[in-house]
Design a protein. Structure first.
Ligand code: AMX
Length: 441
């Protein structure tokens, strides 16, 4: 057994014992109340999940095992001469709960390199789709083709014991994380570079190699990928992609099936597709105005037009956050360092000045501040990655780190089938009329 897997098993055994004790001693403790409005309004604020890898604070933003993004930038190992964290280190942190040393991160990198072979039939399956299929469709089809490689599915069919579920999940999680950059880069080159594919470079780190396979060998683009893969990795458990992966996994669907389901959720415009929507929206604004860098007044008019057409301003608002997303701030910082004069990046900064007061004035938007997606596209465009339909695939490769580390925890902790209760409005009305006294499960 590999050293990281062994450490995970040991840690999971400890946490499992702790949870058993917590549930035994405090299981009947009430931790909140649920209102009818919450049931109808997307279950906002109902605590109903345990996710060990990260925790979101409405004002502070995300913390991964207690570490904020600036803290990760300061403490996670980096490539020589680099200033952004290696996301392999974040995966280690999310899985084991402790910061890795440089040697431990190198170990993760080489483990992923060893597991990174993608069988040819996966590419053939992607090739069977029309080239104009959305990159997220191609991505999910690629993941599903790779499902034939699942250790979990194979071992389950052979009669695997419950106590080994975590072991097979761990193997699948690492295989998937190792192979996703190759699949994603294949889709990028197929769709946007006439199928002129680039072989992996086994000497590079996970993100550096990903950038290389997409055709971006500029060192500062590689740094951007390391930052991008780090900040998009996890956002606690209730967001659509994380929750879907967890939910589908709770049926003991293997990690490939579970992750593909999560990626279908990420492909929605209110979730991960927002990054493509932001750049599309800015490109359309620039085209309509005929200027490269619109003024604040021009942006304001365009925002009002968007709202008057019954559309949302992409990249703004959040279901949980109530302040500027620190993932936005980290990208702004990167922009200041690497491309302070870029017109598109400056447009994003002007939009940041203009949009919050307008959204606040509507009186209904709970969070007028930018989220992660408001900034990411502009940085990519700077390096020539203008194909915005691809951006959600990048998000998906990163999100694998968090949701698959969580899936390892789910199986190691013996998390059960998830099955919340639902009711009909007919029952709600009977209940309000006093005809049904209690909700029957
Ligand atoms: N522009 C215009 N209106 C907005 C808005 C925005 N950016 N954000 C919220 N609103 C509106 C909602 O549409 C809703 O209007 P309604 O009552 O007429 O239906 C009202 O404000 C209240 O919504 P909320 O409680 O503030 O937000 P929510 O929790 O229901 O939804 C989110 C959150 C992210 C879906 C929403 O803010 C939104 O649509 N933002 C734009 C899309 C986006 O950037 N998504 C990416 C989110 C981050 C991610 O997952 N990657």
């Amino acid at each position: 057994m590999g050293i990281i897997k062994e450490r995970f098993r040991k840690k999971a055994d400890e946490v499992s014992a702790e949870i058993k004790e917590i549930v035994k001693t405090h299981g009947s403790k009430k931790i909140g109340e649920v209102t009818l409005a919450q049931v109808y309004q997307g279950m906002r604020g109902i605590t109903g999940l345990v996710t060990e890898t990260s925790l979101l604070d409405a004002n502070e933003g995300i913390r991964f095992r207690g570490y904020s993004i600036p803290e990760l930038q300061a403490s996670l190992p980096k490539v020589k001469g680099g200033s952004q964290p290696l996301p392999e280190g974040l995966f280690y942190l999310m899985l084991l709960g402790t910061l890795p040393t440089e040697e431990e991160v190198n170990h993760v990198t080489s483990t992923l390199q060893r597991r990174s072979h993608v069988p040819n039939y996966v590419f053939d399956t992607i090739e069977s789709l029309p080239v104009n299929a959305h990159p997220m469709t191609q991505f999910v089809v690629g993941i599903m083709a790779l499902q034939t490689e699942s250790s979990f599915a194979k071992r389950y069919a052979e009669g695997m014991s419950k106590k080994d579920y975590w072991d097979a999940t761990y193997d699948d999680a690492l295989d998937l994380i190792a192979r996703l950059p190759r699949i994603a880069a294949y889709i990028y080159r197929r769709k946007y570079r006439n199928g002129d594919h680039i072989q992996p470079n086994g000497l590079l780190d996970w993100s550096g190699n990903f950038a290389h396979m997409m055709g971006y060998d500029d060192e500062s683009f590689k740094e951007l990928m390391r930052l991008y893969m780090t900040i998009h990795a996890d956002h606690e458990g209730g967001n659509v992609s994380a929750h879907t992966t967890h939910l589908v996994g709770s049926a003991l669907s293997d990690p490939f099936l579970s992750f593909a389901a999560g990626m279908n959720g990420l492909a929605g415009p209110l979730h991960g597709l927002a990054n493509q929507e932001v750049v599309k929206w800015i490109f359309e604004m620039r085209e309509q105005l005929g200027v490269e860098l619109p003024s604040n007044e021009q942006i304001e008019q365009y925002v009002r037009k968007t709202l008057s057409e019954g559309k949302v301003v992409p990249g703004y608002g959040h279901a949980v956050l109530r302040k500027t997303d620190p993932r936005f701030t980290a990208q702004m910082e990167f922009g200041r360092q690497h491309m302070p004069d870029d017109a598109l990046v400056n447009t994003v900064w002007r939009i940041y000045e203009v949009v919050p007061p307008i959204l606040s004035s509507l009186g209904k938007v709970k969070n007028p501040w930018p989220n992660v997606d408001a900034h990411s596209g502009a940085l990519l465009v700077h390096y020539g990655m203008v194909e915005y339909e691809f951006y959600t695939v990048l998000f998906g490769v990163s999100r694998a780190l968090g949701v698959l580390a969580s899936l390892c925890w789910d199986r190691a902790l013996g998390m059960p089938l998830e099955r919340p209760k639902s009711v009909t409005t007919e029952l709600v009305k009977r209940w309000l009329d006093g005809k049904d006294e209690i909700w029957e499960g």
